[in-house]
Design a protein around this ligand. Structure first.
Ligand SMILES: [Zn+2]
Ligand SMILES: [Zn+2]
Length: 338
C-alpha cells in the first residue's frame, strides 16, 4: 500500500509500506480521508517531540471496512466507519470507569510510531475502536469525528450547560469544535478570541461572536459583548497570555478548561484561582463515549460540518500540503484523500 511517511522532520514522502493485516479482534479499514491535525504539523516540524522520523502519522480518519479479523462481530465489510485512535486495555480501573484515555496502557494510533496509522491506504484497529457510520453521509466527514470529540470532551470537562456564557481562546479546529459542542449544549453566547481573520470568520459562521485579541484587551471585549464576564472559558491555545485572558474575562467561581498545549509551562495569577474560586481543569482527548457521541452527531450530517473542511488534497499532493500548512495554517481542516 501507499503511505505518507515522515521521512525526516520537514520532509514527508509517499512510500510503499506492507499492507497491514487484521489480527484477532481487529478490523482492516480502507482509508478514504484523513485529517491533518495541528499535532501532525508539530510532529512534521519536530516541535512537539511526539512523532519520530520513519513513522506514519494520521489519527483523524474515515474509511470503509475492508476485512474483519477473527472474533469480530457487529461490523460489516464495505461499511463506512471512523476510528477512535485512543487504544486502551479495556479492563483496568480507568477503562471500566469510562475514562479509557487515562488507561496506563493506552496508545494513540498515528502517534505511537510502531502501530498502523491512518495516513496510509489501509489502517488496522481493534474492533472496539471502529465506529460504524451511515453509508449515506459524505465519507470524509468521518475524519471530523476525532477533533469534534476533543471539543466535546473539553465542554464536558467545563461542565458547560445552556445557562453558560463561554469564552473560547483560539479559533482553530479545536476551538471550532468547542464552539460546536457548546452550541449543541444549548449555549447561545459564545465569544471566540482569535488573531487570524480567516479563523474568526469561520467561527462566526459556526455561530460564535468573535474578537481580535490585537484590537483591545480580550477581557474588556468579552465584557462589552456579553454585558459582563463569561461563566466558562476554554483555552484552546494554552499560553500564559490566553490563560490570563480566561481568568480575567470570567466571573468569580467560573470554570476554566485548559485544552490547548502551545507551551509546556504557563504562569497564572494564583489569586484569580484561590480567592476568586475559579476551577481550572485540564482536558485531553476524549473517552470512548465522547467519541461515539461525536460520531453520532456527525452521522446526522449537520450543515456546520461543511464549514470545517478547508480543502481535500490527493495523497500525491499531501507532502506539499504539510509544508504549506506548517508555514501558514488554514482556517479549516485539510483532509488527505486516499
Ligand atoms: Zn488531532
Ligand atoms: Zn485500561
Amino acid at each position: 500500500m501507499k503511505a505518507l511517511v515522515l521521512k525526516d522532520f520537514h520532509e514527508m514522502v509517499v512510500a510503499e509500506r506492507p499492507d497491514p493485516v487484521a489480527g484477532r479482534g481487529e478490523v482492516l479499514v480502507r482509508t478514504v480521508a484523513t485529517g491533518i491535525c495541528g499535532s501532525d504539523l508539530h510532529g512534521f516540524t519536530g516541535a512537539n517531540g511526539r512523532r519520530v522520523p520513519g513513522q506514519v502519522m494520521g489519527h483523524e480518519t474515515a474509511g470503509r471496512i475492508a476485512a474483519l479479523g477473527p472474533d469480530v462481530t457487529g461490523l460489516t465489510v464495505g461499511g463506512l466507519a471512523t476510528v477512535n485512535p485512543v487504544v486502551s486495555c479495556g479492563h483496568c480501573p480507568s477503562c471500566t470507569a469510562g475514562a479509557e484515555h487515562h488507561c496506563p496502557e493506552k496508545y494513540v494510533i498515528g502517534v505511537a510510531p510502531a502501530v498502523s496509522a491512518a495516513f496510509a491506504e489501509y489502517v488496522v484497529a481493534p474492533a472496539g475502536n471502529v465506529v460504524a457510520l451511515p453509508d449515506t453521509m459524505p465519507a470524509e466527514y468521518g475524519a471530523l469525528v476525532e477533533p469534534i470529540a476533543v471539543g466535546a470532551h473539553a465542554a464536558r470537562r467545563g461542565a458547560v450547560t445552556a445557562d453558560d456564557t463561554v469564552l473560547v481562546s483560539g479559533g482553530g479546529p479545536i476551538g471550532q469544535a468547542v464552539v460546536l459542542a457548546a452550541r449543541r449544549l444549548g449555549v447561545t453566547r459564545i465569544v471566540v478570541s482569535e488573531p487570524d481573520p480567516g479563523r474568526r470568520a469561520l467561527c462566526a459562521t459556526l455561530g460564535a461572536e468573535v474578537v481580535d485579541p490585537a484590537g483591545a484587551p480580550v477581557p474588556e471585549q468579552v465584557r462589552e459583548l456579553l454585558g459582563g464576564p463569561a461563566s466558562v472559558a476554554v483555552d484552546a491555545v494554552g499560553l500564559s497570555a490566553t490563560l490570563a485572558d480566561a481568568l480575567a474575562a470570567t466571573s468569580l467561581g467560573a470554570r476554566i478548561v485548559l485544552v490547548g498545549m502551545a507551551a509546556p509551562r504557563v504562569e497564572l495569577a494564583a489569586f484569580a484561582v484561590s480567592t476568586e474560586e475559579r476551577t481550572l481543569v485540564g482536558s485531553f482527548s476524549y473517552s470512548a463515549a465522547d467519541f461515539r457521541s461525536a460520531a453520532e452527531w456527525v452521522a446526522g450530517t449537520p450543515p456546520e460540518l461543511a464549514h470545517l473542511v478547508e480543502r481535500q488534497v490527493d495523497l500525491a499532493d499531501a507532502p506539499a500540503a504539510f509544508t504549506a500548512l506548517a508555514e501558514a495554517p488554514t482556517p479549516g481542516k485539510v483532509l488527505v484523500r486516499f
